[in-house]
Design a protein around this ligand. Structure first.
Ligand code: F6R
Length: 613
């Protein structure tokens, strides 16, 4: 949610800022801007639209612009719609001496704005961020304090969440960064340093970075980085090194990141599963999921948002059936406010690709506070959720750039299967032989996914036939229902086609009135025990004019003649079938979006990392 980048060094900062903004564009892309130090002072260029618009504007109107220090921002609007005025950076004071970029929400901005207006400050935008710029200017003006001390004083007056990059004309080589509940890393170079919302923006210049923690403030100059805590005391930070290289975050010849990431799923699942299967049993790295703890679990809460929640809904079904422990998949934004019942012997599985989702983080903190053990299934190493959870089970999917998740979702499913098999074994619900068989099935999963991906051409053809539909329904029961929810989300978020997922038996309780001649219904049937039931539900929609695509297994014995298209999945254990059934449906969503000329990797109104409530 909004991307921040800053550079201070000896080279021209402008191309570094623009490149950094391109790599952060997935975080929000309704407007963008930069503030650069020039000989004449701070120059701000900003515009509504994508980074390409900003780049074009700089080329056309600021050809002479070069600088060695500057900050940049790509926005996902919260306060005030997308416009030039509301774009960041925002300037503080009448002389525009201070410039600020911000990710997050300042909750008390109204009250601060009124007080600053009473002191004569004139606001140019509707944003909460401009309040910070004027507040820093107000606290800075006429004082001897350096900028960092002023920022410390300013953030102590803020309620809400922020990652900030602040520059002042008084210190043209310096960027002051601050963070609370929004990610910020500092890239450490040779004679140059950077700030960024995420390491994709720094990896082109350096692999070494430090993570700013909540309430810390950093002073970033070309040859030094100093970090202070909220009391102004210096803090020593651990330097970390990025373990992947630039090519992992590039398209590698594919037209979109999304299709590249769909095709990378066998690799993502293999990297998540293989290191944790040793001698036919599940072995976790040190993550606190000890046998004693797993034996004692009373209830499991799986928490996430969007696709992560859908992965949790698959996990709930697999865990309940394999381990016979009560397990609920909970919407993080609901869980955190509904006074949930959490026991000290409960396990809380928190799922998040980014590891920064505000609601998921808050729900996890609540569960932790209530005494539950929290284990995070996270893709981004050292993200906030990963650092705050009691234990982490990383999904090794590599950087996921497309806003719509695919490979991280698949890796999340496999992490949940690992947990499930481990719990079942520790609690004596499965034998050593069963564990061996399940481990073998898990290790086979990447090959099954690879084989499933061969339906790519078929799904492309089906997509061309139905891309003009205005509404699509996904039906399934049990695990197929959980997978249907994810399939429906994929379609609507990237193609803007209205779609709904229904438990197949539930449609007739009202929603079936929406089925008419030509409505596309995608039915999932991977559970042999439920084949017949699902076929009955397919008949109900077919007799009302629906065209049906059926995703099923080789064992399907029902009447195929009622469906227009059948997609058969390779054989795999039915408990793990959601890992296969989603593949054709990700492809369907992708090709329908392409057919409709949608911006697949950056769907409208969305952002990848949702760091606001
Ligand atoms: C959908 C999608 C979102 C995310 C959700 C949670 O394709 O990507 O629904 O799954 O915003 O994000 P993370 O997993 O980063 O917590």
């Amino acid at each position: 949610m909004c991307g921040i980048v800053g550079f201070t060094g000896r080279e021209n900062a402008l191309p570094v800022l623009i490149k950094g903004l391109y790599s952060l564009e997935y975080r929000g892309y309704d407007s963008a801007g930069i503030a650069a130090f020039t000989k004449e002072g701070l120059r701000v260029v900003k515009t509504v639209g994508r980074i390409a618009n900003l780049e074009a504007k700089i080329k056309e109107e600021h050809e002479d612009l070069t600088c060695t220090c500057g900050i940049g921002h790509t926005r996902w609007a919260t306060h005030g719609g997308p416009s030039d005025r509301n774009s960041h950076p925002h300037l503080g004071g009448s002389d525009g001496k201070i410039a600020v970029v911000h990710n997050g929400i300042i909750e008390n901005y109204k009250e601060l704005r009124e007080r600053l207006e009473a002191h004569g400050y004139v606001f140019q935008s509707e944003t909460d961020t401009e309040t910070v710029a004027h507040l820093v200017d107000y606290l800075h003006t006429g004082k001897q304090e350096d900028l960092a001390q002023t920022v410390l004083a300013a953030v102590s007056r803020l309620r809400g969440s922020y990652a900030l990059g602040v520059v002042s004309m008084d210190n043209p080589e310096e960027i002051v960064a601050a963070r609370r509940d929004n990610p910020l890393v500092i890239g450490l170079g040779n004679g140059e340093n950077m700030i960024a919302s995420d390491i994709t923006a720094i990896i082109g210049r350096t692999k070494d970075y430090i993570i700013l923690d909540d309430n810390e403030v950093a002073i970033v100059r070309p040859d030094s980085v100093v970090v202070m805590n909220e009391f102004g005391d210096r803090v020593e930070k651990k330097v970390q090194t990025v373990t992947w290289d630039m090519s992992a975050a590039e398209k590698g010849g594919y037209e979109h990141f999304m299709i590249k990431e769909i095709m990378e799923q066998p690799k993502a699942v293999a990297a998540t599963v293989h290191p944790r299967v040793q001698n036919d049993s599940i072995v976790f790295e040190e993550n606190g999921l000890t046998d004693d703890r797993l034996r004692d679990i009373e209830n499991i809460h799986i928490i996430g948002c969007g696709s992560a929640l859908h992965a949790g809904m698959v996990g709930k079904r697999v865990i309940e059936s394999m381990c016979r422990i009560r397990c609920a998949a909970e919407v993080a934004s609901e869980f955190r406010y509904e006074n949930p019942i959490i026991g000290k012997k409960d396990l809380c599985i928190v799922i998040s690709q980014s590891g920064e989702t505000a609601d998921t983080l808050a729900a996890m903190r609540l569960a932790k506070q209530a005494g539950a053990f929290t284990i995070a299934i996270v893709n981004v190493v050292s993200s906030t959720i990963a650092r705050e959870a009691d234990g982490v089970l990383y999904t090794w999917a590599g950087p996921e750039i497309a806003v719509a998740t695919t490979k991280a979702y698949s890796a999340q499913l496999s992490a949940l299967y690992l947990i499930s098999v481990r719990i079942a074994r520790v609690r004596g619900l499965i034998s050593i032989g069963d564990e061996r068989a399940l481990s073998a099935e898990l290790q086979r999963l990447p090959d099954c996914i690879e084989e499933t991906l061969q339906c790519k051409k078929t799904m492309q053809r089906i997509a061309t036939l139905y891309a003009n539909r205005s509404s699509v329904f996904f039906l399934g029961r049990g695990l197929d229902y959980a997978a249907a929810l994810e399939a429906s989300l994929k379609l609507k978020e990237i193609s803007y086609v209205h779609s709904e997922a229904y438990a197949a038996g539930e449609l007739k309780h009202g929603t079936i009135s929406l089925i008419e001649e030509g409505t596309l219904v995608v039915a999932l049937a991977t559970q042999p025990a439920l084949f017949e039931k699902t076929v009955s539900n397919i008949r109900e929609v077919v007799s009302r004019g629906a065209a049906v695509v059926l995703v099923t297994t080789d064992d399907f014995t029902g009447d195929e003649s009622v469906c227009q298209h059948i997609v058969r999945l390779p054989k795999c254990l039915s408990e793990f079938s959601a890992s296969l059934s989603i593949i054709p449906l990700q492809l369907l969503a992708y090709y329908i979006a392409v057919e409709r000329s949608c911006d697949v990797d950056k769907p409208r109104n969305l952002a990848k990392s949702v760091t606001v409530e």
